[in-house]
Ligand binder design. Structure first.
Ligand SMILES: *[C@@H]1O[C@H](CO)[C@@H](O)[C@H](O)[C@H]1NC(C)=O
Ligand SMILES: *[C@@H]1O[C@H](CO)[C@@H](O)[C@H](O)[C@H]1NC(C)=O
Length: 318
């Protein structure tokens, strides 16, 4: 290989190293606010109902069947959703960040609410009919009454993973259940916050039987013969991940009782998710810059090789 060619290759290498490191530096310094000002916020409208600082419905229940929604982990941060949010009950327990816009009392800070009820008379394509507590939470400090006074406000929302600290998936055997009819409320799933399928296995039967969605977050099993406990329950989340709560309902089960499992889905916090997304995007850019650099160096090497051969054969005296 000629000295000139080596020099050209070295020069090009240094040039491309500078270019690729230059672009990496630019990308690493890329303004993070472009990432957090993400495109996933969707416009919606919000109203509120029930007591001004209440949890929504008077009976504490709602169309999903959740109980004590004034207490943790719901803590009154609840909402009715119209059909695109309630999804015939499949949306029960899913979590959304909401923030209000266009009202002077708005803080603009995101608050997390859970879908616990159905909204039958939507005022917009996406309508959150919030508890008084959740509606007021979107206000600047001390101005929640002022915000509630507005009645209907513009908001933005986005789906976020649910996180129930310290909770595992919990099953509540509903009132009215008996050996021929079992109704189970499924609660506190991290991640999706809802399940798309529940299957049941009777004591040592060895096979799974799909349960039917009864209403809200309640799944039912009807049987002509007496169902034999203990029961194992298998749940499937929206991503299709299945978890088995082995013999979570004992043989001597009783209605109106909670049975806590030892299973839980993995939730990815939205902040962590964004950080992961951002990190891998940078990684991708860096590796593609490195890849590009390798390709270019390779091409230069190839040109040098061709030149060398050409020179070697046709132009002996370069
Ligand atoms: C990032 O963008 C925001 C708003 O556009 C700006 O105020 C801030 O100075 C920028 N930060 C950097 C490091 O460029
Ligand atoms: C479903 O469960 C899996 C396993 O825990 C989890 O990694 C995934 O994030 C869940 N899906 C959603 C959408 O939360």
């Amino acid at each position: 290989m000629s000295a000139q060619c080596k020099l050209v290759a070295l020069g090009a290498l240094i040039f491309f190293l500078l270019v690729s490191y230059g672009s990496c530096t630019r990308i690493v310094n890329f303004n993070a606010s472009h990432i957090t000002a993400d495109p996933y916020w969707v416009a919606a409208r919000a109203t509120w109902y029930g007591a001004p600082t209440g949890a929504g419905p008077y009976d504490n229940g709602g169309a999903c069947g959740f109980k004590n929604v004034n207490l943790p982990p719901f803590s009154a941060m609840t909402s009715c959703g119209n059909q695109p949010l309630f999804k015939d009950g499949k949306g029960c327990g899913s979590c959304y960040q909401i923030r209000c816009v266009n009202h002077p009392a708005c803080s603009g800070n995101p608050e997390t609410v859970m879908i616990t009820d159905m909204n039958y008379y939507p005022v917009a394509k996406y309508h959150f009919d919030l508890s008084g507590t959740a509606f007021g939470a979107m206000a600047q400090p001390g101005r929640n009454n002022e915000l509630r006074h507005a009645g209907i406000i513009d908001i933005q929302f986005r789906r976020v993973p649910c996180i129930y600290p310290g909770q595992t998936v919990t099953f509540h055997i509903e009132h009215g259940s008996n050996p021929n009819y079992l109704a189970v409320l499924v609660e506190f799933e991290d991640g999706d916050g809802d399940v798309v399928q529940v299957d049941i296995m009777e004591a040592n039967s060895g096979w799974w039987t799909p349960m039917r969605e009864s209403w809200g977050s309640i799944w039912r099993m009807d049987s002509k013969r007496r169902l034999q406990g203990p029961f194992s329950l298998r749940i499937t989340n929206e991503s299709g991940e299945r978890l088995v709560a082995y013999q979570v309902i004992p043989a001597n089960w009783a209605p109106n009782t909670y049975y806590r499992s030892n299973i839980q889905y993995e939730a990815f916090g939205s902040a962590a998710g964004q950080a992961i997304g951002f990190g891998s995007a940078v990684g991708l850019v860096i590796s593609s810059a490195a890849g590009l650099h390798t390709v270019i160096t390779g091409i230069i090497g190839l040109i040098c090789l061709v030149l060398y051969h050409l020179h070697g054969i046709e132009v002996p005296q370069f």
